[in-house]
Design a protein around this ligand. Structure first.
Ligand code: GUN
Length: 283
């Protein structure tokens, strides 16, 4: 069997067109959705990420501002900026790019963002809303994974999903989203004794570890859906995921590539959340 690809670029194009249409409609009613992106320091990877986020906003007709600060910005100064943006009516979403410099308490900064503007979905109010099934913002990467499953018409009810990785940003919210769709969910992590025994039982596998070849072909049940959240570099410096793609695609039923899979979906769901925040504010 050769797996079918779930194309994150194509799905993103489709969803971003929808965002642009909804944004234009909202604009016509007097509200332009606005995202503020804050970057502290000069981490080169973060600089690329925030530039891509701002460009994606621009392309979809959303207003965005990029605030860049030097590494030596104090936590109090950053908290003051977040407080000002919380009260800025032109801004519906606030994103503080992580990681923050070591002298700052990242969680404290995230908690300072008004939950109504927490388009990253990292605030404890957002996490609590996801856990209890109440309306709130879902973290963009697992939300994008759910959209990918939806795009292939995958019915999660009664299926076994295995999530590899337990981060607050991907693994834990991913498990809750799958559970909400009535999947039976197993979360695996670095202390899991027999990862292969778990993944072989899975109808859906989400690999979100940040390490190459965490998932190899012998670990996958024929026909399973494999979503690869990893963003790693191979020995030649080429972007690759957590999944041994070439081998696993011969076993899986569906698979996401890296690049061009989950990656573009993360930014797409940021646009969706920002638009949603603006639509809620305009109600
Ligand atoms: N750093 C890496 N990924 C992310 C993300 O999705 N949001 C924020 N704020 N920082 C990140």
């Amino acid at each position: 069997m050769t797996a079918q690809l779930i194309d994150g670029n194509a799905l993103s194009r489709h969803l971003r067109t929808e965002v642009a249409e909804r944004a234009a409609a909202l604009k016509a009613r007097g509200t332009t959705p606005g995202l503020a992106v804050i970057l502290v320091g000069d981490n080169p990877a973060s600089q690329v990420y925030v530039r891509n986020k701002v460009k994606a906003c621009h392309d979809a007709g959303l207003h965005s501002v990029l605030e860049q600060y030097p590494e030596n910005l104090t936590e109090a100064e950053l908290l003051a900026r977040v407080a000002a943006l919380n009260h800025d009516p032109a801004i519906h979403g606030i994103l503080v790019q992580l990681p923050l410099p070591k002298h700052m308490d990242g969680q404290k900064v995230i908690e300072a963002i008004a939950p109504a503007k927490d388009v990253d979905g990292f605030h404890i109010a957002s996490a609590g809303a996801l856990m209890t099934g109440l309306p709130g913002f879902w973290p963009c990467t697992p939300y994008g994974c759910m959209k990918m499953l939806e795009s292939i018409g995958y019915e999660l009810k009664g299926k076994h999903a295995v999530v590899i990785g337990r981060s607050n940003i991907v693994g834990k919210p991913m498990a809750l989203m799958l559970l909400q769709q009535n999947a039976t969910v197993t979360i695996c992590h670095s202390a899991t004794r027999d990862l292969k025994a778990q993944t072989l039982q899975a109808d859906v596998i989400v690999a979100a570890v940040g390490k190459r070849k965490v998932l190899t072909a012998d670990m996958v049940k024929p026909g399973a859906v494999v979503l690869d959240v990893g963003m790693n570099r191979d020995d030649h410096g080429k972007l690759c995921g957590d999944v041994d793609f070439d081998a696993v695609k011969a076993v899986a039923g569906w698979i996401t590539p890296v690049p061009g899979g989950v990656g573009p979906m993360t930014i797409t769901m940021l646009l969706v959340n920002t638009l949603e925040a603006a639509e809620r504010a305009a109600r």
